[in-house]
Ligand binder design. Sequence first.
Ligand code: FES
Length: 128
Amino acid sequence: MSAPDWITVCAVADIPALGARRVRRPDGVDIALFRAESDRIYALLDRCPHKGGPLSQGIVFGASVACPLHNWTIRLDDGHAQAPDEGCTPVFAVKLEDGQVYLRRDQLLAPIAALKTASCDAACADAA
Ligand code: FES
């Protein structure tokens, strides 16, 4: 198996502190890059697991984001909704190097169904 191919998408400084920035994906559903406390960077599909709200427009606090539509809390590390809500949005691997943010090319190009299988289904299986 070959090493993942990482591509730079922006600088950490391009993401507002406690905010988000979107990265285009070819299938039309963006990735939301979040800059949390201590400049931790997370990447989630920009689609709330509830009714598809744009998580990039939400409020970042701690290691979570509050969806702007109905205020569900989504964890930035694994994309899961906070109980009692249930659901998961796919997460993307992030690499930081010299102040630049990198995403994996294969994940950027993957269809959403494959992302859910690789990210949410595996995480849900772990939690079961
Ligand atoms: S769409 Fe996100 S909480 Fe409803």
